[in-house]
Design a protein around this ligand. Structure first.
Ligand code: NDP
Length: 276
């Protein structure tokens, strides 16, 4: 059975629209983009479109080339600008920039992506903070299908700061037993075969095949890879589909949820700033 993120994202969009009606001010999201990453342009346009559908003001500040100190200065001025609800920096950044330093300059209450050390630290401590969009969307999707996490063996493949690591902490906070694998993991299949729920975020297309999974597993495929003009995931969908109980399609699984969670986080930022 498909875990349909697209349909859920439409439902969440309507819920968010209703919640935004209770706010008297127009919220504003500023996206900082640097360089000319093609995939980033696509993602930013998706964010722009969704923001406009929801009546959230959207401003992209784009640099072709910029020094780290100029970005830091810009973020500080946005932090101090009361008309700005939320800020995000589109990743990946060009290699010459220090991503951690830049993300940590964002005021944690304006941190739409939840990727500053303060918000990631709160997640580790199981405190109330802004939760990164993709992990938050994955939990929403599992909840929608009444898939409980408590006591489940969850295996995550991938340990990035934006997906694997925050997801690990989020699922642990929800009482799952979580294992995280990465490129140095030996005999990946030994781990993935034990998973009740397998979540894959590696950027390696069709990495996971039927020999890596047990019967009845639930698979969440985060990967977005471009192959022969098509988008494919990190899981070989056709190969595994007979063996799984649930699986996300790519596209139409996690992707649409990530974008809607960003907008949800803009509202969260507003609420935190206004102690709501
Ligand atoms: P990163 O490149 O930052 O991290 C990839 C992770 O996968 C690393 O931890 C790496 O291990 C691990 N890895 C790589 N190759 C293997 C392998 N052969 N076996 C096991 N582990 C491996 O990627 P992201 O987390 O940013 O993104 C992962 C994928 O998810 C990409 O396709 C990206 O486009 C997609 N994505 C999709 C989103 C969505 O909304 N659907 C949102 C964000 C990302 P190591 O740490 O050892 O290098």
């Amino acid at each position: 059975m498909l875990l349909d993120g697209k349909t859920l994202s439409l439902k969440l969009k309507e819920e968010l629209r209703e919640n935004l009606n209770f706010i008297n001010e127009k919220l504003k999201l500023v996206v900082i983009s640097i360089g000319d990453d093609e995939a980033s342009k696509v993602y930013i346009n998706k964010k722009r479109l969704l923001a406009s559908e929801l009546g959230i003001e959207f401003l992209e500040i784009h640099y072709d080339n910029v020094t780290e100190s100029d970005i830091i200065e810009k973020i500080i001025s946005l932090n101090n600008d009361s008309s700005v609800t939320s800020i995000m920096v589109q990743l990946p950044l060009p290699k010459y920039l220090n991503e951690k330093r830049i993300l940590n300059t964002i005021n944690p209450f304006k941190d739409a992506d939840g990727l500053s050390a303060m918000n990631l630290g709160k997640l580790v401590m199981n405190e109330d903070g802004i939760i990164p969009c993709t992990p938050k969307g994955i939990v929403k999707l599992l909840n929608e299908y009444n898939i409980s996490l408590k006591g489940k063996n969850v295996v995550i493949v991938g340990r990035s700061n934006i997906v694997g690591k925050p997801l690990f902490n989020l699922l642990l906070n929800l009482d799952a037993t979580v294992t995280i694998c990465h490129s140095k993991t030996k005999n990946l299949g030994n781990y993935t075969k034990k998973a009740d729920i397998l979540i894959v975020a590696t950027g390696v297309s069709k990495l996971i095949k039927k020999e890596h999974i047990k019967d009845g597993v639930i698979i969440v495929d985060v990967g977005i890879n471009r192959e022969d003009g098509k988008i494919v995931g990190d899981v070989d969908f056709n190969d595994v589909s007979d063996k799984v109980s649930y699986i996300t399609p790519v596209p139409g699984g996690v992707g649409p949820l990530t974008v809607i969670m960003l907008m949800t986080n803009v509202l969260e930022c507003y609420k935190k700033q206004n102690k709501m």
